[in-house]
Structures are given as structure tokens and as C-alpha cells.
Design a binder for this molecule. Structure first.
Ligand code: PLP
Length: 396
């Protein structure tokens, strides 16, 4: 059963690999044979309709990467050169990169320790202590820049506390964009994702729960803005000729990616169940291990459980880099996770508030293998490998 996993003398378990197979291959072959490879055609429309239905959105705009979706969402809500956009420091680089692509600068806030998502209390403190109303909108007093949007990140597929964040921003009229890159399938207080923010952005990069190779999409509670994202993604073209009504982008998803996406979307339920089972297995296996904590549990809905793993504190006798090395030597192909943005040299001077939680936890996060195709024996192998390391440490 394990033969396929043997590489040389020992088995390896990858961190997260795409779960694609015969159905996706058939769909691609069919589209290519029929000549549907560009961004124009029924395949992209069908994928968008599926995404809209899955997220409670009136429509969806499919793009060639999640980063592009974030960029266009920011442009669509009016983010301009010189603006500030609030996001958590604890995120993948794409969130802050897209803010810069839109000509703005990130302003970093801390996360809460329970969900690892943008802390509404920190946002409230920023608004009351450092912001004032100006003629162009909400102004960040220390620099006089406009705060043009707020972008919470749905860390590991867990929505942020969106009721609290909306309650702060709605009275101020500040646009809210959710970086839900890995959260497709999550819910918040029983509600679907599209209703939680003006625009919500997904990624279908190779390590996300559903993948199109590279890809992304934007949905939202504001259909006018979703339409605007689709317009911007297709060179802001009007009609079928060469008329354009503003500076546009060539960011549209292709038909080849879209047919893979539609097959993947039909398997979303299966993938989410696999991800939840993986998290439950790790939580069970390491409960009570000294110095080992669990990844966040859903607190206000259901998480898509994109990555599962453990949080490792000094009491365990290990650091995450030491565990990564020891596990890699046993064929468990883990690596460290997100390094906060305010610790990246090019973002070190960007405005921010306290990073108390982010700095306490980021180096303790160790994602463990969580492919939706992981076999029960592989999961056991990973758990045994981690356990044996902790045991050895305890004996020493
Ligand atoms: C994956 C990811 C993205 C970027 O998506 P791409 O499709 O790779 O451009 C953005 N934000 C977060 C939090 C992500 O995990």
C-alpha cells in the first residue's frame, strides 16, 4: 500500500499536494479538444456560477491568481496611491504585496490569540487612538494618510470576527475586503462567506484546498463591486471591439484553469471532510503533550481547516526549526510557516501597532502534512514520528 510513497530507502509524506486526477484530466482534455483554452468561453462562466452558489454571492469574478484578486478588489473599492490599508502582520506575503501593487502601504495590526485572525480590539484602538475624520475620509493622524480599506485574513481557513469588524467600519464607510484565500467552504455564525465583506477573495494556488494550478476569485455582498472586478480583470473593455473605459488589467482566469476548478469545486465537500478529519487526528494525538498546543478551533462558525498542525512551546524541549529538521530526516516533509510581515526587511518601517500575540506565537507554529489525499497509514506515520521525537526529549 505504501509502495508509491517510497522514495529511495525511506518513505516520504509531503506537506500538502494537490488532489487532482482522472476527472480533472478528462475535463482539461475535453476543453482543449474543443478549442476552449482562452479566458473567453462557457467554462469560466460555469466555474464562476459554481463559486457564487458555494459562497452565497450573486456572482463571482475568476482571476489568474489570488494575489490578482486582492489587487483588483483594492482597486475596485477605490484604494489609491499613497493610501494606507490595514491588514494583519501574520499573513502570507500576498496580502501586503497586493496592497503595494495598488499603490498603497500596509498598516499592520496584531491577531487575537484564539483564532489567529485580525483582532477587532486592536482595530478599535487604532480607530479611536490614531484616526480622525478628514475631507477625504478616515485619516491616520501620525502620517496624514487616508485609511482606504481594511483586509482581515481568514488564517488557516478560519473567518475573522466579521460582525465585530463590520460594526467598527460600517459607520465610518471604510471598505472591507476579506483575504479568504484558503477559506472556501468555511462559514461564520451559520452564514456563507460572500455576505461578510464588501469583497471576499479566494486563491486556487496548488496548495489550497481546491486548486486550478494557479488561480483565484472575488465574490462579495456588493454585486456592483464584483462586476467592477470582472471588468478591470478583462482590460476594462466595453463591447466587443477595442474600446476601454479606464486602465485595465489582464488578470482573467483561463478556460483550462476553470474546468479544473469546476471539477475541484464538485469535490469540495469531500476535501473539507478530509481536512476536518486530519485536524481532529492531530488534536487527538497531541492533546496533553507538554509544550504542544493545537491549531485554533472554530470559534464563530466552521473553519475550512486549510492547514493543521501543532503549536510548539519551549516546554516541549524543541524549537520548530529543530523539529522541521528532525522530521524531514524521517521523510515528513514539513517546514516553518508564515513569518510576520513586520519582520520582513521591506515592510519593517511600515506603520503598525503592538505585535504582542504575533511575536509570541508565529515561531511556534508547525504545520503537519495535510493533503486531502493523505492515507490513514501516512497520518499514523506522521503522528508516530512526532511522538517519538517528543518522547526522546522527555527521556533526555
Ligand atoms: C495563498 C494565499 C494568497 C495568494 O494567493 P495566490 O493565488 O498564490 O496569489 C493570499 N493570501 C493568503 C492568506 C494566502 O494563503
Amino acid at each position: 500500500m505504501f509502495d508509491a510513497m517510497h522514495v529511495g530507502p525511506k518513505r516520504t509524506v509531503p506537506l500538502a499536494v494537490p488532489n487532482v486526477g482522472a476527472r480533472e484530466a478528462d475535463a482539461v482534455a475535453e476543453a482543449v479538444r474543443a478549442g476552449w483554452v482562452s479566458s473567453v468561453g462557457p467554462q469560466v462562466d460555469a466555474f464562476e456560477a459554481g463559486l457564487a452558489a458555494a459562497t452565497g454571492s450573486q456572482s463571482a469574478a475568476a482571476v489568474a491568481a489570488g494575489t490578482m484578486g486582492l489587487h483588483l478588489a483594492l482597486v475596485a473599492v477605490g484604494v489609491k496611491h499613497g493610501d494606507l490599508v490595514v491588514c494583519p502582520s501574520y499573513t502570507f506575503a500576498a496580502t501586503a504585496n497586493a496592497i503595494c501593487h495598488a499603490g498603497a502601504e500596509p498598516l499592520f495590526l496584531d491577531i487575537d490569540p484564539i483564532s489567529w485572525t485580525l483582532d477587532p480590539k486592536e482595530l478599535a484602538a487604532l480607530l479611536s487612538e490614531s484616526c480622525e475624520h478628514g475631507s477625504s475620509g478616515l485619516i491616520y493622524k501620525p502620517t496624514g494618510q487616508r485609511i482606504a480599506a481594511v483586509v482581515p485574513v481568514y488564517t488557516n481557513g478560519m473567518p475573522a470576527d466579521m460582525d465585530a469588524i463590520n460594526a467598527l467600519l460600517s459607520p465610518l464607510g471604510v471598505p472591507l475586503i476579506a483575504d479568504a484565500a484558503a477559506a472556501l467552504g468555511a462559514t461564520y455564525k451559520g452564514r456563507a462567506l460572500a455576505g461578510l465583506a464588501d469583497l471576499t477573495v479566494f486563491s486556487f494556488n496548488g496548495n489550497k484546498t481546491i486548486t486550478t494550478g494557479s488561480g483565484g476569485a472575488v465574490v462579495g455582498r456588493d454585486e456592483v463591486l464584483v462586476k467592477r472586478v470582472r471588468h478591470l480583470a478583462t482590460t476594462a473593455r466595453v463591447g466587443s471591439g477595442y474600446d476601454h473605459d479606464e486602465v485595465g488589467y489582464n488578470y482573467r482566469m483561463s478556460s483550462v484553469e476553470a474546468v479544473i476548478g469546476s471539477v475541484q469545486l464538485s469535490r469540495l465537500g469531500e476535501f473539507l471532510a478530509a481536512k476536518a478529519a486530519i485536524k481532529a487526528a492531530y488534536d487527538r494525538a497531541f492533546q496533553g503533550s507538554p509544550g504542544v498546543g493545537a491549531f485554533p478551533d472554530p470559534v464563530w462558525g466552521t473553519s475550512a481547516n486549510w492547514f493543521s498542525g501543532i503549536r510548539v512551546t519551549a516546554e516541549s524541549g524543541w524549537t520548530v526549526p529543530q523539529l522541521v529538521e528532525a522530521l524531514n530526516a524521517r521523510g515528513v516533509m514539513v517546514r516553518t510557516f508564515w513569518k510576520p510581515m513586520h519582520l520582513q526587511p521591506h515592510f519593517a518601517s511600515k506603520p503598525r501597532r503592538s505585535m504582542r500575540v504575533t511575536e509570541a506565537m508565529w515561531a511556534e507554529v508547525l504545520p503537519l502534512p495535510c493533503s486531502t489525499s493523505i492515507a490513514a497509514e501516512e497520518l499514523d506515520y506522521v503522528i508516530d514520528a512526532v511522538r517519538s521525537l517528543f518522547k526522546r526529549q522527555m527521556a533526555a
